[in-house]
Design a protein around this ligand. Structure first.
Ligand code: ARG
Length: 477
């Protein structure tokens, strides 16, 4: 978190009653409350380093196009270098009077280097400047998030690799359905995160376009070279319509949609961790460092981290709705509404970074209880489908097999035993096609091994999935 602006300790000339960047045409100063209401510096100061990066590229282009002198460029570089150090060391004093990050930096630059600082804004507006800053910020955030997703995937794959033969009940409707391996179950989340990383990579392409040069909305009358600035800032190209360039926030919305989906995936895993850790399941234990106790019930160990992840999904989805609502019905081009894009975006990035970091660690600290998983899989007739498939393979139509097995399940239920506990002559009550090779089919291991095709839960297939995942992860690292 960045510091709040230090309003009490104002520096040299940053202390202004008026915002001289635009107050020339005004007859009276802006009301104090309005000043605070319209200022964004409290939150947009975190864009400072990206603002400086953008300004350096803009100035270099201005000099290359002979719009400012080489000396001006030297002065601007020198001044911005100093400001960068001040920002990094926390010495830079932010002033609400100067409204936002852009005007704070510009004012300080002018204080430091004089007229060259005043020339920096030639051919540029804060409208294309802020859009550029946000894109630079988001591109950086996406790169960090992509790495963090990779770490979480690695943690999942590592745990899955230990459990390709650990059998648990697979559920549908939260009722025991068919046995699966715990490794197979974990690899489902690997796949979700793989799509999440793909979405971020795709979104990055549209983030990575340069608005600068659009100026306020219509372009600029100076002989600028936008492609040159794009190249200097490693953008893949320029935004091709100036009105769109200053008003577009699609990239932020897209990003937040991808982020909401990541959180949604993690909320599902969280819900499962919470269920599995409950003594009713007792499938896993989460390391103490991710849990907390109760102030009244001494026996409690609560899965706070997964619960909070589940909860924080709401705020990230809320941020998406905020951004969509912010843009709805906005006429072209830039409107001050757009200033409201930052807090939801920053909050989403912060939430996601922390969540992914903590999650990768937490998955590494999970204790698995294979016995409890196995016992649960033995209840609920998880191999009933295998019995039906067995009868089909012996020639019975599937619907008839389904019916025969349903009756066998009812029979076993009345006796309080599993299908595998029924004697051969008992099973034959439901179909003459049953012979003693049925018992291999009714075991949990047999059920898993039978699903031996790509995407299936057979240990061999899960091992292959893990190998494919490791290869992809290694390529990205
Ligand atoms: N602080 C503003 C924002 O975040 C910068 C752009 C302001 N432009 C303007 N014409 N008032 O959107």
């Amino acid at each position: 978190m960045q510091e709040k602006p230090k309003q009490d300790k104002q520096p040299q000339e940053n202390q202004t009653q008026e915002n001289h960047a635009w107050s020339g045409r005004f007859n009276e100063p802006v009301a104090e409350l309005v000043k605070r209401y319209t200022a964004s510096v409290e939150f947009d100061q975190r864009l400072a380093l990206f603002d400086i990066q953008g300004s350096l590229a803009h100035a270099q282009m201005l000099a290359a196009c002979n719009i400012i002198s080489a000396q001006d460029l030297t002065d601007i570089r020198h001044g911005l270098g100093k400001i960068e150090n001040e920002v990094l060391s926390g010495e830079f004093v932010w002033s609400v009077d100067l409204e936002d990050v852009h005007l704070n930096i510009e004012k300080r630059l002018t204080t430091l280097v004089g007229d060259a600082g005043k020339r920096l804004h030639t051919g540029r507006s804060r409208n294309d400047q802020v859009a550029t800053d946000v894109r630079l910020y988001l591109r950086h955030a996406i790169d960090e998030l992509t790495l963090l997703i990779g770490s979480l995937q690695t943690a999942l794959v590592d745990l899955a690799a230990l459990h390709t033969q650990t059998i648990m009940p697979g559920f549908t409707h939260l009722q025991v359905a068919q046995p699966v391996s715990f490794g197979h179950h974990l690899m489902a989340y690997y796949e979700m995160l793989k799509r999440d990383a793909e979405r971020l990579r795709d979104c990055r392409k549209r983030v990575n376009r340069l608005p600068l040069g659009a100026a306020a909305l219509a372009g600029t009358s100076y002989p600028i070279k936008r492609e040159y600035v794009a190249e200097l800032l490693n953008f893949e190209g320029v935004c091709e319509n100036s009105l769109d360039a200053v008003s577009d926030r699609d990239f932020a919305i897209e990003f937040n949609a991808a982020a909401a989906l990541i959180m949604t995936h993690l909320s599902r895993l969280s819900e499962e961790l919470i269920l599995w850790m409950s003594p009713r399941f007792g499938f896993i234990d989460i390391a103490d460092r991710f849990c907390t106790g109760s102030s009244i019930m001494p026996q409690k160990k609560n899965p706070d981290v997964p619960e909070l992840v589940r909860g924080k999904t709401g705020r990230v989805t809320g941020n998406l709705v905020a951004l969509l609502t912010l843009m709805k019905g906005q006429p072209l081009a830039y409107n001050k509404d757009n200033q409201e894009d930052k807090e939801p975006l920053f909050d989403t990035v912060d939430t996601l970074i922390m969540t992914l970091r903590i999650y990768a660690d937490m998955m590494g600290g999970i204790t698995v209880k294979p016995e409890a998983m196995r016992n649960a899989a033995l209840q609920g007739y998880a191999t009933a489908t295998d019995l039906a498939d067995y009868l089909v393979k012996k020639g019975l139509p599937f619907r008839d097999a389904h019916e025969a097995v349903a009756l066998a399940v009812r029979y076993a239920e009345q006796r309080g035993c599993d299908l595998a506990d029924l004697k051969l002559d008992e099973l034959q009550l439901f179909s003459k096609l049953v012979s003693d090779d049925i018992y291999a089919v009714l075991t949990l291991e047999g059920s898993l091994a039978a699903r031996n095709h790509i995407g299936g839960t057979a240990p061999q297939q899960v091992e292959a999935a893990i190998a494919r995942a490791r290869k992809l992860l290694a390529n990205k690292a």
